[in-house]
Design a protein around this ligand. Structure first.
Ligand code: ATP
Length: 295
């Protein structure tokens, strides 16, 4: 009987590329994205309860604490599917900004799946966990594996990639929450002007070529979100003016990040952005799979 609490790190992801190929008959968009995890992370604690219930608390009070929470849904699906008659209290220490394009909710779900697999001794493989994860959200399978990957389909089909050149990532989120559905809704796939050079990005990662990685950044949702929220463009321009080597909006936004190699430059960018927006973070790209269970 495992009565220990389990704590799991839930890192944010950034998109190095995001391309939309076409809209599918099922309503989803067929995407091609290169994603990588950064060391800005939530912590998900899983504490056994002595009765059969899922309870969730989050340090950010505006995040839902019921089945609408992706981590709650992960616990619910595991209990249903594997007839688990045990209770758990999920506590999320939220550090990743919410509705920001950084897959915070998906990463919490992935952390819950990994942690509960251990707490409840389910013995499920990563593939089995990823299948359940894909029912919760398209980014959950990527968050389960972590590291760097090319994601296809609606984001759930993964091809692992090696680690990119080590660098600093300075992230800034303007004070708006973006609905992913609204941004995709505003995208006219036939009118996309420039598709990202996904092959070049993959080569840059394989060769650990930092400047090629910066040149190959691209996100077809950027223009849509910038029209809705001009602050996104302003942040991007400020980052470039302050010496960022590569700048891109992550996911459907509104978070914009800058890549730099030198810590001094990251510090300068961080300070410059803090004068403009409140939510600024300095992080590193995580090399391998560092999303492990902590306890
Ligand atoms: P997506 O691209 O899936 O919209 P995102 O990274 O932009 O993801 P999230 O932080 O995952 O944004 O939040 C999106 C929505 O999901 C929020 O509006 C929030 O209400 C809901 N949500 C569900 N579970 C969580 C969670 N554990 N943490 C944060 N938000 C969550």
């Amino acid at each position: 009987m495992n009565n220990l609490r389990v704590s799991v790190k839930a890192p944010a992801k950034i998109n190095l590329t995001l391309d939309v190929l076409y809209k599918r008959p099922d309503g989803y968009h067929e995407v091609e994205m290169v994603m990588t995890t950064v060391d800005l992370a939530d912590r998900v604690d899983l504490i056994p309860l002595d009765h059969d219930e899922i309870r969730l608390d989050c340090s950010a009070s505006f995040v839902p604490d019921d089945i609408r929470n992706h981590a709650f849904k992960a616990a619910y699906l595991l209990k249903e599917r594997y007839r688990v008659k045990k209770g758990v209290r999920i506590y999320i220490d939220k550090k990743i900004p919410v509705a920001a394009g950084l897959a915070g909710g998906s990463s919490d779900a992935a952390a819950a799946l990994r942690g509960l697999n251990r707490l409840w001794n389910l013995g499920l493989s990563m593939e089995e966990l990823a299948q359940i994860g894909a029912e919760i959200g398209s980014d959950v399978p990527f968050c389960l594996y972590g590291g760097t990957a090319l994601a296809k389909g609606r984001g759930e089909k993964l091809i692992p990639l090696s680690s990119p050149a080590p660098c600093w990532v300075v992230l800034a989120k303007p004070p708006v929450g973006v609905s992913t559905a609204d941004v995709y809704g505003g995208l006219r796939v036939n009118e996309i002007k420039a598709h990202p050079a996904t092959d070049n990005m993959i080569r840059a990662i394989e060769e650990q070529n930092f400047s090629m990685m910066c040149q190959s950044l691209g996100n077809v949702l950027e223009e849509v979100t910038m029209k809705l929220y001009p602050q996104v463009r302003q942040i991007k321009e400020l980052m470039l003016a302050t010496g960022a080597e590569g700048v891109l909006m992550s996911g459907s936004g509104p978070t914009v990040y800058a890549l730099v190699q030198k810590e001094m430059k990251a510090q300068r960018l961080y300070n410059a952005l803090r004068g403009f927006v409140k939510d600024v973070y300095a992080a590193r790209i995580l090399g391998g799979n560092e999303t492990d269970v902590l306890d």
